[in-house]
Design a protein around this ligand. Structure first.
Ligand SMILES: Cc1cc2nc3c(=O)[nH]c(=O)nc-3n(C[C@H](O)[C@H](O)[C@H](O)COP(=O)(O)OP(=O)(O)OC[C@H]3O[C@@H](n4cnc5c(N)ncnc54)[C@H](O)[C@@H]3O)c2cc1C
Length: 403
C-alpha cells in the first residue's frame, strides 16, 4: 500500500479480503438457504457446522501446527460479521467453539493438550463449548459454586451445574458437547477471593451430562443452549489447564476476543438490516410516493448508516489493536461491545419499522435478526458489566481519554 489513506481496516491485507470473500460466498451458497428453517425449528445444524471445518475456519486463530489458520482478531471479526449477516445463531455456535474454546486452548493449553485436542476442533470432528455461567451466578462470576477437589492420585473431582452453555448439547437427544472448557472453584486465595481453575472435560468422562437443553429462546434459536451437570465428575491431572488458580489469566485473555467477536456479530446484523430497509424504502410506495421520500423514513436510514459506519470503524480498530496472546485491550473490547450490540439491535428495530408488517414476519429476515441481536446485549457480559468495567478502567487511568 503506497498511501496509508488507502488502508481499509476491515480488509487490511489481501489475506483478510480473500477470507471475507470466501466466507461471503459460503454464506450465500450454504448458510442463507437454511437459516430461516433452522431458526423456526429451533435446531442446530451440526452438518453445516462441520462444513465450517472443511472451509478452514474452525480454529481461525489457532496455529497451523495444530490444524488452524493462524490468523488474528481481525479475521475473527470478518468471519463473525459475514456469518451473522445471514445466520447469527449458527455464528454463536461458531463463536463458542472457535473463540471461547479453540482460541483459549491455543493460547493457554499445554503442548500435550493442544496437539491432542486442537486438530479435532479445527476439523470439526469434535464440537466444543465453554462453561462459566451457573444458574445462580452470571455477571458475578467469582461467586461460582461449581467446585473441584484434588484426589490422592492427582485427578480432580468436579461437582456443580453450568447454565446457558452454547453447544452444551449437540442435538435434541441430550448428547453433550465432545469437550468443555470448564471453570471451577478450587479454593480461596489469601484475599478471600475464589480461586478458580480451568479444566478440560471430555464426553464419556464419568459424571458429565446434559441437565437440560434450554428451549423457547427469544433468538439465537439455531444454536443449542444447555445446562451441564457435573456429578462427581473425575478429570485426570493432564486435563487441568495451567496451574490451580490460573483461570483469571485465561478468562481475561479470552474475554477480549469474545467481546470483539460479539460486536462483529452485531456488525453483520446491522449491515443486513440496513441493506434490507434501504432496498425496501426504494420499492414501497405510500400516498403515491416512495416511502424513502418521507422524512421519518430518512431518519431511520440516516441514523442507521451513521451507526453502522461507527460500529465498523470501532470493531476493526479494536480488532487491529488486540494481541491474542495477552490481555491489554479491555477498555475498547468492553466499549465496542457496549456500543455495537445496542446499535445492532436499534438498526434491526428500525428495519422492521421501515418495512412495516413485512418486517414483522420471518420471510423478510429482519425480525429474526432483531431477536438475535438482543442476546448480544446479555451474553459475554451484560451492557451493565461493560459500563461498570469502562468506568473502573477510566477511573484507574484516564490517560486513554486524552491520548
Ligand atoms: C443464549 C445464551 C447463550 C449463552 N452462552 C454462554 C456460554 O456459552 N457459556 C457461558 O458460560 N455462559 C453463556 N451464557 C450466559 C451469559 O454469559 C450470562 O447470561 C450473562 O453473563 C449474564 O448473567 P446472568 O444471566 O446470570 O445475569 P445476572 O448476572 O444475574 O444479571 C441480571 C441483571 O443484573 C445486572 N447486574 C448484575 N450485576 C451487576 C452489577 N454489579 N452492576 C449493575 N448491574 C448488574 C446485569 O447486568 C443484568 O441486567 C449464555 C446466555 C445466553 C442467554
Amino acid at each position: 500500500m503506497d498511501d496509508w489513506r488507502d488502508l481499509d481496516l476491515a480488509n487490511p491485507t489481501d489475506e483478510h479480503a480473500m477470507l471475507r470473500q470466501m466466507v461471503r460466498d459460503f454464506v450465500a451458497d450454504e448458510v442463507e438457504p437454511q437459516a430461516l428453517e433452522y431458526d423456526r425449528d429451533e435446531k442446530f445444524n451440526a452438518d453445516l457446522f462441520k462444513r465450517l471445518g472443511e472451509q478452514g475456519i474452525l480454529g481461525i486463530s489457532v496455529s497451523p501446527d495444530y490444524g488452524g489458520a493462524g490468523m488474528d482478531a481481525t479475521a475473527v471479526a470478518i468471519i463473525n460479521e459475514e456469518l451473522s449477516y445471514s445466520d447469527p445463531g449458527l455464528c454463536l455456535a461458531y463463536l463458542a467453539h472457535d473463540q471461547l474454546l479453540a482460541n483459549n486452548l491455543a493460547h493457554n493449553g499445554s503442548e500435550e493438550q493442544k496437539s491432542r485436542i486442537l486438530p479435532k476442533l479445527c476439523s470439526g470432528e469434535w464440537i466444543g463449548c465453554m462453561a462459566m455461567s451457573e444458574p445462580g451466578y452470571g455477571t458475578d462470576v467469582l461467586g461460582m459454586q461449581t467446585t473441584a477437589t484434588e484426589n490422592d492420585d492427582g485427578s480432580w473431582t468436579i461437582n456443580g451445574r453450568k447454565m446457558w452453555i452454547t453447544n452444551g448439547a449437540v442435538d435434541d437427544e441430550g448428547t453433550p458437547a465432545d469437550i468443555v472448557w470448564l471453570y471451577a472453584r478450587t479454593g480461596t486465595d489469601s484475599k478471600g477471593r475464589a480461586e478458580v481453575t480451568t479444566f478440560i472435560v471430555e464426553k464419556g468422562m464419568p459424571g458429565y451430562s446434559v441437565g437440560q437443553k434450554i428451549d423457547d429462546k427469544l433468538g439465537m434459536r439455531a444454536s443449542n443452549t444447555a445446562e451441564l451437570v457435573f456429578d462427581d465428575c473425575v478429570v485426570p491431572a493432564s486435563n487441568v489447564v495451567g496451574g490451580p488458580g490460573e483461570s483469571m489469566i485465561h478468562m481475561m485473555r479470552n474475554l477480549e476476543l469474545e467481546r470483539i467477536g460479539l460486536a462483529a456479530m452485531g456488525l453483520g446484523i446491522a449491515r443486513r438490516c440496513l441493506a434490507a430497509m434501504n432496498q425496501y424504502a426504494g420499492e414501497r410506495e405510500a400516498f403515491g410516493r416512495k416511502i424513502r421520500d418521507f422524512g421519518q423514513i430518512q431518519r431511520h436510514i440516516g441514523e442507521s448508516w451513521a451507526e453502522y459506519r461507527a460500529m465498523r470503524a470501532y470493531v476493526y480498530d479494536t480488532a487491529r489493536a488486540t494481541d491474542l496472546s495477552m490481555s491489554g485491550n479491555r477498555l475498547d473490547s468492553d466499549g465496542v461491545k457496549l456500543f455495537g450490540t445496542t446499535a445492532a439491535k436499534n438498526i434491526a428495530d428500525r428495519a422492521i419499522q421501515v418495512m412495516g408488517g413485512y418486517g414483522y414476519v420471518g420471510e423478510y429476515t429482519v425480525e429474526r435478526l432483531w431477536r438475535d441481536a438482543k442476546l448480544l446485549e446479555i451474553g459475554g457480559g451484560t451492557l451493565e458489566s461493560h459500563q461498570k468495567n469502562i468506568t473502573r478502567d477510566l477511573s484507574d487511568d484516564s490517560g486513554p481519554i486524552e491520548s
